[in-house]
Design a binder for this molecule. Structure first.
Ligand code: FAD
Ligand code: MG
Length: 363
């Protein structure tokens, strides 16, 4: 058994499966399709998976389980705060001059993190892990229970800051080895959900027409629905997360991810401090309330959403305008009023004029 195989066991998760067979009436032009949609739980959050096929014979239930398995594989390698995960063991190896041999999944995740680190000038930086733990934004290493976050003193922050900086970590792609300096640790919480959604789609994409995987608001899409209808993606109101603020209509392969201050935060003197940490200051970022990124993959969208949340509005918009196939919608809050800021190509994905009005778009 190769070393990293020890990390993966299928865990029975509660699955609610609904299989729909919609046979279009002979009269209408739409192609007949079957689809399956299911909800499960992973990575401390809710997962929704929808798979579409033009073939009535497709074993959708089997494909659904394969998608869940691919997602769980990523979780088993990338859950940095969970004992027994590969990333947990890598973090335990900090200071070991021999380095730590990593699996193809973890190597790929680290290389994609390096790319996002460079693209965002260090605003996306997975070595914020010691700060994430110290603020208590992580979860219990055995039960996965969320912990209760709290502020840190300036002394505590400045003592931890020297442990942050992805450029201090050596990732040897050829040898699949990682050298983590003593005291440092890595948290892939800002990219691994998007990556897992990409992996789950990739695992079944060959055999079906279209698949959408949503992990706690981070979404990967591959292919199209046989009936030609676009994929609908709702962006939540960051102040009333149960409500939809705007809706997107998407076709073809892409990823959508949102980072927000409403997921995990603590409040001091009425100011909300989110679980997204500025690696340069060691302080929780609190200049905006949500950032939604669309990109060619969900992993890139996930990482960029976190990075832009730290970078700020103007540097964030400027970065996105340089990146092909990437668009962003940023919400800020002033005196209880939400303000929308978006990239030049974002508007064309909005579902209707009501949504355009909502973001203050006028042509
Ligand atoms: P994002 O904006 O996408 O990410 C924010 C997270 O990234 C922060 O929570 C922090 O972990 C990290 N981070 C903060 N600042 C930065 C920065 N500047 N650069 C890079 N990273 C940063 N939660 C549980 O409660 N229980 C679990 O058992 C559990 N298991 C998980 C297993 C896996 C494999 C993953 C990926 C996540 C898991 N989580 C779990 C959730 C995790 O703790 C985070 O809350 C979640 O990933 C944050 O995603 P987000 O989309 O809300 O925010
Ligand atoms: Mg993210």
């Amino acid at each position: 058994m190769r070393p990293h195989e020890k990390y993966f066991r299928i865990r029975p998760t509660a699955v609610i499966l609904v299989i729909f067979v919609t046979l279009a009436l002979a009269t209408c032009s739409k192609k007949p399709q079957t689809f399956i949609t299911g909800t499960t739980h992973s990575m401390g959050t809710v997962v929704n998976i929808s798979i579409y096929s033009a073939e009535q014979t497709a074993d959708l239930e089997q494909l659904y389980l394969q998608a869940v398995q691919a997602m769980e594989e990523v979780s088993a390698h990338a859950a940095g705060f969970r004992q027994g995960s590969e990333l947990y063991d890598l973090n335990q190896s900090a200071g070991d001059a021999e380095g730590f041999v990593v699996s193809p999944i973890l190597l790929d995740l680290l290389l994609k993190s390096q790319e996002a680190y460079q693209l965002t000038s260090g605003a996306f930086d997975p070595t914020v892990a010691p700060l994430v733990s110290a603020y208590n934004f992580a979860y219990d290493s055995k039960t996965g229970e969320k912990s209760t976050p709290h502020p840190l003193t300036a002394q505590q922050v400045s003592a931890l800051l020297p442990l942050v900086g992805f450029s201090k970590v050596l990732v040897d792609e050829e040898k699949s080895k990682v050298y983590l300096p003593a005291g440092m640790s890595i948290d892939l919480g800002a990219i691994a959900k998007g990556y897992a959604a990409d992996m789950a789609c990739g695992r079944v994409a060959e055999e079906i027409s279209g698949v959408m995987v949503e992990i706690g608001g981070d979404i990967a899409i591959r292919g199209d629905k046989p009936d030609g209808e676009p994929w609908q993606v709702a962006i939540a109101d960051p102040r009333r997360p149960q409500e939809t603020l705007v809706e997107l209509l998407l076709t073809g392969d892409c990823g959508v991810a949102t980072s927000g201050d409403y997921e995990r935060y603590f409040e001091v003197d009425g100011i909300r401090y989110s679980h997204i940490i500025d690696p340069k200051t060691g302080l929780p970022a609190h200049y905006m309330v949500s950032v939604t990124v669309m990109a060619p993959t969900a992993a890139l969208a996930d990482a960029l959403a976190t990075g832009i949340f730290v970078l700020g509005i103007e540097p964030g918009l400027a970065l996105v305008e340089q990146l092909p196939g990437v668009e962003v919608l940023i919400y800020t809050e002033e005196d209880g009023e939400l303000g929308a800021h978006y990239s030049s190509g974002f508007e064309k994905f909005l579902a209707d004029d009501e949504d355009r009005e909502q973001i203050g778009y006028s042509n």
